[in-house]
Design a protein around this ligand. Sequence first.
Ligand SMILES: [Ca+2]
Ligand SMILES: [Ca+2]
Ligand SMILES: [Ca+2]
Length: 542
Amino acid sequence: MNTVKHLKLAVSSRLAAYSRIPLSLWLRILLTLTVALLPNGFSASSAFANPVPDGPAVVIQAGSLVISEFRLRGPNGANDEFVEIYNDNVADHTVASVDGSSGYALVASDGVARFVIPNGTVIPAHRRYLGVNSVGYSLGAYPAGNGTTATGDATYTTNIADNAGIALFRTSNAVNFTLANRLDAVGSAGEANTLYKEGTGYATLTPFSIDYSFYRDLIGGSPKDSDNNSADFLFVDTNGTSAGAGQRLGAPGPENLSSPSGENLAASLTVALLDPSAQVMATPNLVRDPTSDPANNSTFGTVSIRRTFTNTGSQPITRLRFRITDLTTFPSPGGVADLRPRTSSAISATVGGIPVTVYGTTLEQPPSQPNGGGFNSSLSVNAVTLAAPLAPGASIHVQFLLGLQQTGCERLELDEPINYDTCTTGAQIAASTLTCDSFSAVGTGTPASGYAAMRVWNVTTSTVALIDSYINVGVPTAYAAIAANGSYSTTASFPRQAFGAVLQGRIYRAPSAAFGSWDGGSFPDVIVTCQEAKLYLPLIQR
Ligand SMILES: [Ca+2]
Ligand SMILES: [Ca+2]
Ligand SMILES: [Ca+2]
């Protein structure tokens, strides 16, 4: 099977081999994790002193649904609300209440259900379901699938109070709105009923009628759920407003059943530099234009990041969009760039002496984002459509255009394996790509000497490294000399990991190929969830 990476294809027949593993086997796999092998010869001070990647392992639970994003107010006032539910699972979820009632209820802490997901509703793996307050919801025109927008899969008309908790239960019978039947909850610190929040709750908001959202942190690919609302949810709004729960330029991104997701192991998408023979930070892979353009949030000019995406799968890709999971943006401290992702047009660039078209990306609105995009904003490659799909084997060159409102170190991370980071200490500028079955470490690091080698873990199973350059443990090794200009490039493959697996790739630096001495942590790790994605196939049409 081909490389699959961050790829979701909404096809009803998409479940392939890994998804068909019986539940009992999944559970057995999960039970075998926990012990990470520390390779022979590694001391506590060596590069692998911390061989287990940071962060909690993702535990895949059968039937887990989470509240992935919501807001309880918006520009249209108190009723400008939505609640997004996410199937955080490798398998489809068919709604079936625990007690024979009509379905799963989304309930506010006043005890009143706002909407019920009816029994029999199928929320496909890694797809979302959207409930909206039809009295005030203002984001129904936000793009979703091919030709569809983010309208509610379910609607309701009763306002949810500001800062009130909400919870999703496996029942619509109010008598059974209990912790045992609760799938997920989120509420503020001001919510008194602990049934309607996790942990102490998110910081209480001043109820401004702004285009805000609370969404589960997407760094790493999937909505974060540590059962602690204050640690998991990020507050964003389109003006970077200070409303009490953190100040962060960004945008709501409500997604419904037609929004991109799903998976198809037969298809894949890989990313590479526009010109692999050129440096990551140099033309044509990265172009800085110092021309001041304050009207377009580019007072200090722009940065254009160019990459090439290739459909290495067997089916056409009809929609391609990216969601911003992390970036340096307003408000930025001194020394850190204030980046404003913005809409760009197709341009011409030269690769190997040949002119090529590099397609632009569109900042998806509504909501109106007059200050540019930010956290949770989406960027669509509108050149890819149902009528003009990216065919199997075809490639497309894409640019991401960022306005600069403050200069400094820069970071942009998307829900595709694009790591652009000049802020991390000892950083590399990387275009590393980690997929379900390979790791291509490409970047520029300091100092410009020695060797770059790699290691890859499956964080979910965490039994043995999939690639290990230091020691022969029966897995591939890979390393490359760091060139005089600091660049390196090395690739290795490993057996395909299961859908949903969290993989972590680490690049190490050694002064010599003897690898007797390592410099751990020189380069930022790359973390991905296997086959997490944002692509559509024609069958998403319904
Ligand atoms: Ca409200
Ligand atoms: Ca939870
Ligand atoms: Ca969302």
